[in-house]
Design a protein around this ligand. Structure first.
Ligand code: COA
Length: 140
């Protein structure tokens, strides 16, 4: 999982793989957050999504975040990404989180809006990301 996240977002910035591996190891502690989900089929890695406390330097007051959503190209367009994001959100709400955040480039807006995420801010930070939020379902 760390290797895929590194290849997708960090390798081209010269961040060593060991840095991402050490972040991933934080998923293995007793703390409920961070955690990561892995999708797999017959033992083959298909994708991943994480829930982390901080994801956007410009919005340090918002927490927690669904982040590092990645589906391997041969597994795309089959609902794996949607399922990973939904399961990450459900697990987070089960921990008592009332509001969850996610940031993405505008090209991904339709994917997240169709998945029930609400854009709350646009053009944030140097990459002009959209900040989305999703509220825990109300009981009953
Ligand atoms: C973005 C990403 C995670 C989506 O993953 P995915 O598994 O392809 O997503 P899904 O299959 O759940 O949904 C993708 C689309 O396929 C459609 N789809 C889902 N199941 C489908 C099926 N059985 N048949 C046909 N289409 C389907 C969805 O409606 C969705 O349509 P949309 O693009 O108009 O929203 C994936 O493309 C990816 O890893 N991209 C590179 C990394 C990235 O950009 N990550 C997001 C960072 S914010």
């Amino acid at each position: 999982m760390a290797e895929r996240i590194w290849r997708a977002w960090w390798r081209h910035n010269n961040v060593p793989l060991a840095t991402i591996e050490s972040w991933s190891e934080e998923n293995l502690t007793e703390a409920p957050i961070p955690f990561a989900l892995v999708a797999h089929e017959n033992g083959v890695f298909a994708g991943t999504a994480s829930v982390i406390a901080d994801d956007l330097d410009e919005r340090p007051n918002l927490t927690p975040w669904v982040a590092a959503v990645w589906v391997e190209p041969p597994f795309r367009q089959r609902g794996v990404g949607r399922r990973l994001v939904d399961d990450a959100a459900r697990a987070c709400f089960a921990l008592g989180t009332k509001r969850l955040y996610l940031n993405a480039l505008p090209a991904r807006e339709a994917f997240y809006v169709l998945g029930g995420w609400q854009p709350i801010e646009r053009e944030v930070g140097p990459h002009g990301v959209i900040v989305f939020s999703r509220n825990a379902p109300t009981p009953g």
